[in-house]
Design a protein around this ligand. Structure first.
Ligand code: DGY
Length: 334
């Protein structure tokens, strides 16, 4: 009968999905097999108005770190969106509590990017310690005068103390590489107590307060979430606690570091170098930072490998598949 046909049609209707940025081809292809998808082929970030309209039109929006989704974008009538399947592990760009209050599920993509983000952390540590940026610029500028005992002398990683702030999945991967690869001593600071079974893997020691870590570390690497909770966690007072030989690495979120305090610390040689993969106000970074030879600056490359970017996409697919099948997605954060 007619009723049966209508019911069948409804149950076969594919959810309408919006992907906010260009994704790896393999994942886009897979996504289009199961859903009615709108892709962002020209890869231009959506604006506030686009998001308000999208919330009324799509069952799922798949945003990423470049999509700011504050409270005001949710202030629209007749929201259709039921799930925000974020492509990325960090989700401070989404007003989670507002989404939650509206009954919108939010998921992220942990685990799959821990290796590559840890790799980029080590890249920055090595580049900063061994003055690789300066060296590369010198060679490219045709200014290399040849080997000499005092040329671009840096500092050694092996045997040094690495202070890790935020000992989640990425922090632990960094510890593994630093401890087993470079014999580094690992000190960690984390909001909650880390289990002994985890600390023991890299012979890590958890300190009670940040100051203790800052005072004793040769390298300090940030792996805590961004957002209000950790806004300017590293500012003037914290730079003053660091050794003058310290190297600060940020692969977490730009807002964790107070740029003005960092610039002053570099100017007054309160620290020796910095390696940044994330910035306040990306991609419009503070132009002062570019002036420092001892600042290694990467354009948010932490997860940027083919393998990881595909894995992140497939993880979003798993999350929304669970959701539309009525299950709780494995990476539900709200
Ligand atoms: C994330 O996942 O939060 C990164 O910043 C981008 O991979």
């Amino acid at each position: 009968n007619n009723f049966g046909a209508i019911k069948l049609e409804i149950s076969m209707k594919k959810p309408k999905i919006l992907v906010t940025r260009k994704w790896p081809e393999k994942v886009e292809t897979k996504l289009s097999e199961s859903y009615d998808v709108t892709f962002n082929n020209n890869d231009i970030a959506l604006n506030t108005n686009d998001f308000c309209e999208a919330l009324k039109k799509y069952d799922a929006i798949l945003p990423t770190v470049t999509d700011k989704m504050p409270k005001k974008i949710f202030e629209v009538a007749n929201i259709r969106t039921q799930i925000l399947g974020n492509y990325g592990v960090g989700y401070a760009h989404i007003d989670i509590s507002t989404a939650k209050s509206l009954g919108i599920t939010v998921t992220n993509t942990p685990d799959v990017l821990s290796d590559c983000t840890a790799d980029i952390t080590l890249t920055l540590m090595l580049m900063a310690a061994r003055r690789a940026g300066e060296g590369e610029r010198e060679v490219r500028a045709n200014q290399w005068e040849g080997w000499r005992p005092t040329h671009l002398v840096g500092t050694k990683l092996t045997g040094k103390t690495l202070g890790i702030i935020g000992f989640g999945r990425i922090g632990q991967e960094v510890a593994k590489r630093a401890h087993f690869g470079f014999g580094m001593k690992i000190v960690v600071q984390n909001r909650s107590k880390i289990g002994n079974d985890i600390l023991i893997r890299t012979n890590a020691h958890q300190v009670d307060n940040l100051d203790e870590l800052l005072e004793t570390s040769d390298f300090i690497s940030l792996h805590c979430p961004g957002g209000d909770d950790n806004h300017h966690l590293i500012s003037t007072k914290q730079f003053k606690k660091m050794k003058n030989s310290a190297i600060l690495i940020n692969t977490a979120r730009g807002e964790v570091v107070d740029d003005n305090a960092l610039i002053l610390a570099l100017k007054s040689k309160e620290i020796s170098a910095v390696g940044l993969d994330v910035f306040n106000n990306e991609p419009n970074i503070n132009p002062e930072l570019i002036k420092f030879e001892n600042a290694i600056l990467l354009p948010h490359l932490g997860s940027a490998t083919q393998e990881t970017r595909e894995a992140m996409g497939f993880r979003v697919l798993d999350n929304i598949a669970d959701f539309f099948e009525g299950k709780v997605p494995r990476d539900k954060v709200a």
